[in-house]
Design a protein around this ligand. Structure first.
Ligand code: SF4
Length: 503
């Protein structure tokens, strides 16, 4: 029997969600709730590590529990949270693999080490891009690796540093790694939150009473009633310790100054939840603008303008917000155009699905979506979606909608064609599996493959017009990585054969 993961339904996958909390009597329980709220960023594995002070021994103990699956499965036994994961500080992690074998339990984070200065535990979102070079040099010096992930490298670099203060060890280590990284790092009596100098991945800081919290997305704060304070600056390390709790003001250090950020533009298109604030801006607002700009640039076909039978539908849940933006703009030229809920998504499919038949792809789509046939019949249907990767899901979605008997089907995509893989922490299929490359970027070939009456993408120019611009509070120009659309990688990458670490 073939077993597949529902999240492999032809979307790039965010590789991780991270969370850190300091000074809370139920640190592990708070972490558990937040991991649940950030489950969309990783479903292969989940873990929590806590720092517990043992007064009788006058030292700290790190408690850890992690496993394959979603947080709900990994922490199904309540005793794990209340009986094992004791302590006032915790970090957590939801994982997809982008480096390291996905089926190896040792690759599930947080990672914990014990070195001469005490314990260290780390949760990482992103990818280092000079992994091979650093790994080889550490191995030459006798370092033995426990995992095949890039994240472990940072722990070794910190542990080997000759600096005295923990923050200086971390600063030294971070200055050696290159790439995209948002990290929470737990030391015995401190919590650090770290963002790379280009701020590729989001990482926000919040407060919950006298506790400090850090999370990949702010929607995670809402579930525990934490107050959002700000996103970390590019290249910033924030340190939280007992002094900070008393003063209420975090300590902040800089790894390096860059003149321009390179935020992942795909976070706005697809990865982050619309109820989150990332890079100090709300995702909902940007996503509506993506839909609006798509409607202006690539409207419903001329024949459909002023036709009373035109309906716009989203592919729930990821394109819901952009579809509202598309509709609001489209109504200006066709007052009869209507929004319909024609695709119904099943929310009750587990993380894995046993598939007994032959046509795996079709069943994947049908297990996740069904159509409201009466809504689609005889209509001109405009499907708004956020991205097309391999094209397999889009093709089967079009087929599914076609079965309901519409007059025409027009696909509108709120991002440009994906032509290159991500080296900064998102999991994409290989270059030659991408539908845009398979069809040599020929729109007519893509349309033919997908079986739609028309297919149009938002241009890269309009994509950039849709996201916040200007200068941030640190004086940096707000810039974006769009490498998966443009092929231009703003941070140098080494040629890593993914399979090399996937053994
Ligand atoms: S290549 Fe850049 S824009 Fe695309 S997913 Fe990766 S970081 Fe984001």
């Amino acid at each position: 029997m073939y077993k597949f993961k529902m999240q492999e339904i032809d979307k790039p996958r965010s590789n991780c969600a991270i969370f850190g909390i300091y000074n809370h009597p139920e640190a592990s329980v708070m972490t558990y709730y937040v991991l649940h709220a950030q489950q969309h960023r990783g479903q292969e594995g989940s873990g929590i590590c806590t720092s517990e002070y043992l007064p009788d021994k006058a030292k700290y103990r790190f408690n850890i529990h992690k496993g394959h699956g979603i947080a709900l499965e990994v922490f199904s036994d309540q005793n794990i949270l209340t009986g094992i994961l004791k302590g006032n500080a915790a970090i957590g992690h939801n994982r997809y693999s982008t480096t390291g074998a996905s089926d190896s339990r040792s690759n599930i984070q947080p990672f914990k080490v014990n070195f001469k200065n005490g314990f260290l535990a780390l949760s990482h979102n992103g990818n280092f891009t000079n992994t091979k070079e650093l790994r080889e040099s550490l191995q030459d010096e006798g370092t033995i690796f426990q995992t095949t992930t890039d994240s472990e490298i940072l722990l070794h670099l910190i542990a080997r540093s000759k600096e005295k203060e923990m923050r200086d060890k971390i600063l030294e280590a971070c200055r050696k790694v290159r790439g995209a990284y948002s990290i929470v790092l737990l030391a015995d009596d401190k919590l650090f939150a770290i963002k790379d100098p280009y701020a590729v991945r989001p990482l926000s800081m919040g407060k919950l009473g006298n506790s400090f919290v850090f999370a990949s997305e702010t929607s995670a704060f809402d579930i525990i009633n934490a107050e959002y304070i700000r996103d970390l600056d590019a290249g910033e390390i924030v340190e939280i310790d007992k002094e900070v709790i008393q003063s209420g003001k975090e300590k902040s250090y800089s790894i390096a100054k860059t003149s321009e950020t390179k935020h992942c533009i795909f976070e706005y298109v697809y990865f982050s939840r619309p109820d989150s604030t990332i890079f100090n801006n709300t995702v909902d607002k940007v996503r509506r603008k993506l839909g609006k700009n798509l409607s202006i640039e690539k409207p419903a076909p001329i024949a459909a303008v002023e036709d009373k039978k035109v309906i716009v539908i989203s592919v729930p849940d990821s394109s819901n917000t952009a579809t509202l933006g598309f509709l609001t703009e489209s109504i200006k030229t066709n007052p009869y155009i209507k929004l319909e809920l024609a695709l119904i998504r099943s929310h009750y499919i587990g993380r894995t699905f046993i598939q007994p038949g032959q046509d795996k792809r079709e069943i994947k789509v049908k297990a996740k979506f069904n159509t409201v046939k009466s809504v689609l019949k005889d209509r001109i249907v405009v499907i708004v979606d956020d991205s097309i990767v391999r094209g397999t899901t889009a093709k089967n979605l079009v087929k599914l909608v076609r079965e309901a008997g519409p007059k025409e089907i027009h696909l509108r995509i709120t991002s440009p064609p994906i032509t290159s893989p991500c080296h900064y922490g998102m999991d994409f299929p290989s270059k030659n599996e991408l539908i845009a490359n398979q069809c040599s970027n020929d729109l007519e070939k893509i349309r033919e493959y997908l079986g739609a009456d028309s297919v149009e993408y938002l241009s890269n120019e309009k994509l950039h017009d849709s996201v916040p611009q200007g200068v941030n509070s640190a004086g940096q120009k707000i810039g974006y990585c769009d490498a998966c659309f443009s092929g231009y990688y703003p941070i140098p990458i080494e040629e890593i054969e993914k399979t090399e670490f996937d053994k």
